[in-house]
Design a protein around this ligand. Structure first.
Ligand code: PGA
Length: 224
């Protein structure tokens, strides 16, 4: 293990704005089932705890009873839509430049997401993010998912550094960092429901252009 600090990113709502594709996939399933569609705001607010929770929330929103067999069937239909190149998803502005600058600073980088492995890897390859990330934990990597701290600790162990700054956008990410004992940098343009002041964070930023300087400051403060 090195004394170095790593950077670990969340994916949905942090590096990529994927809510339009998740909304589209959910509504494709609902249309197929002759059920009412959900709004973009609803879909966006259902992201954060992974695909099975998103489907539970969609079922609740359209008035379907909680039934495990029906949940499994709708989840499978959803995954068929989700496992496609992300046509409506965009990188947040400045992400590629920030990652290049952070890599030039010698920082090991990883990813810790609740997104299922297949759409995660499709998105990482599609946007050219994969070469920056030397350790990745997705929904299926461990039995636990965020906000359980285990996946974040797993990525930290894989990166082989003593500490890391976790960069995310949501309540789930803030809680995961806190439970893993890692500092948290909050990106404000993602999918949180809570006011910035009410989410525990060590750093906050609203554009990726600001991230390399923020990280440099974080490293100086830790060294002091
Ligand atoms: O897909 C989700 O529900 C959450 O994904 P994230 O952990 O990358 O925010």
């Amino acid at each position: 293990m090195t004394a170095q600090t790593a950077l670990i990113f969340d994916l949905d709502g942090t590096l990529i704005d994927s809510a339009p594709d998740l909304h589209h996939a959910a509504n494709t399933v609902l249309r197929h089932e002759n059920l009412p569609e959900i709004s973009f705001e609803q879909a966006r607010s259902f992201i954060g705890k992974g695909a099975p929770v998103l489907i539970s929330r969609v079922m609740q929103a359209v008035g379907l009873p909680e039934d495990p067999a029906e949940h499994a069937r709708l989840l499978a239909l959803f995954m068929r839509e989700y496992d496609k190149p992300p046509a409506l998803t965009r990188l947040y502005p400045g992400v590629m430049d920030a990652l290049a600058r952070l890599r030039a600073m010698g920082l090991p980088m990883g990813l810790c997401t609740n997104k299922p492995a297949s759409p995660t890897h499709i998105a990482l390859d599609h946007f050219g993010l994969a070469p920056f990330l030397s350790a990745v934990a997705c929904a299926e990597t461990l039995p636990q998912r965020k906000p359980d701290p285990a996946p974040l600790r797993h990525v930290l162990a894989e990166l082989g550094t003593a500490s890391a700054l976790y960069v995310g956008d949501s309540e789930v990410d803030a809680e995961t960092a806190q439970r893993a004992g890692l500092p948290f940098a909050l990106f404000t343009e993602g999918y949180r429901h809570t006011a910035v002041a009410d989410l525990p964070h060590a750093h906050v930023f609203d554009h990726f252009d600001a991230l390399p300087d923020l990280v440099a400051r974080h490293l100086r403060e830790r060294a002091a």
